[in-house]
Design a protein around this ligand. Sequence first.
Ligand code: PMP
Length: 489
Amino acid sequence: MPEKPDNLTFKQTLKMRRNYVGRSCKLHYEVSPLKIVRASRQYMYDDSGNEYLDCINNTSHVGHCHPHVIGAGQEQMSKLITAYGFLTDCQVEYAKRIVELLPESLCVCYFLNSGSEANDLALRLARSYTKQNDVIVVDNAYHGNTENLIKISPSRLKQHNLPKDDWVHIVPVPDTYRGKYREDSLSPGHLYAQEVKTAIRKAVDNGRSIAAFVSEIVMSLCGIIVPPRHFLSLTYRYVREAGGVCIADEIQTGLGRCGEKYWAFESQDVVPDIITLGKPIGNGHPMSIVITTKEISDSLKEFSSTFGGNPVACSMGMAVLDVIKNEQLLSSAKSVGKCLIQGFKAIIDNHRMMGDVRGIGMLMGVEIVIDKESRKPNKDAAELLVYKLKERKVITSNEGPDKNVIIFQPPMCFTCDNARTAVQALDQALTEVENEATQVSQESNDTIQVPLSILTGIKHKLDSDDDDDDDDDDESPNKRKKVSYEEMD
Ligand code: PMP
């Protein structure tokens, strides 16, 4: 009998993934992946029992496997799993509880299963309401994996070298550290908003019409960009003047990640017309919501989703809301976020590669650069840093358009002690990276900034380890050879 997948060795799991899972599916720590077998609160455990401090899993919003959320799911699962098309208390109660956390105008919910589905429906709603077509998006953004959403995700257009459709208008990301207008500009918020105004005018002059402006409020996937004052309020005004609506993708930021308040848009003095929620709302259970105004909602003729708003999802969603309230996670996100940013700011002057630290609440980014003067992105150093942090049992990731921003968006039960651990680990790992970079550049009498050889070294090690007992692998991508678990040893 084949053993249960949990009993596979690391190499067996890796090999089966290579054989049976799409090669394009992202694997974190690609050159030396982690096999995580369980998780609790802000900690994850690998197959050797090592404990890691999880600094990136915002999906496990109130903590991995929170017993209240799990309990709510289990209890509901034993009563009723699906009731598509019927009345259920948990759906209406959950909708009411979400709406009560929002401004009065945002009062109607649509339930779906993923962030991508939610953003896709938001686009449909915008078009059905405005009877207009085009979409304005911020450069480097990502909004989901459907065909339509790839088209409005400049990060993916670049990654896949795809042409931009005529109905998509890309405006600069309001990055005041490395963007078009910087912190020393007179009013970067006005200048970036002016770019939106110009994009709208050009589109309209070409006979096009604007249905929506879609953006995150704090632009996490663009490298944790907190927009400068007035950018969003002016942008929303210009979009509405053109007859469009404003969609806030709160899939990363919703439910208090930015600290103190439930929604990121509250920190920017705007009220969107449509918001989309995903990732954190089910604490890992796949679910999403679109919330909009009654008028926009009424413009949609038909909508159905088999699993959207199922009773298990809604019960778990309500349990997440309970935990946020009971454990005071909003104020905690604010105070722990402060520990984190103060910790990073205290070490920034010690590191020539630590260009910028920014963020809000429990959404933080550290930008790694070649040097502070040029502010040029240092992707290799950032990547190496992520592996060095992993050696110190701290899980992070390098994101942003140049993959040089180390992100911190941990479960919201993260503590100030955890923040100190993360800062200390970054401090030590960055010292190592900088020292090694100096050594390599002196030895080679070159201007090399990063010991790339080290990363290559890690990769070679993994490949040769893997080759030891890997006789049939890698001859062709995704070779569909049937292997039983016993066969692989
Ligand atoms: N929007 C944002 C801002 C996201 O971060 C993501 C997921 N990374 C999505 C949309 C898509 O969500 P999902 O992967 O659940 O479809």
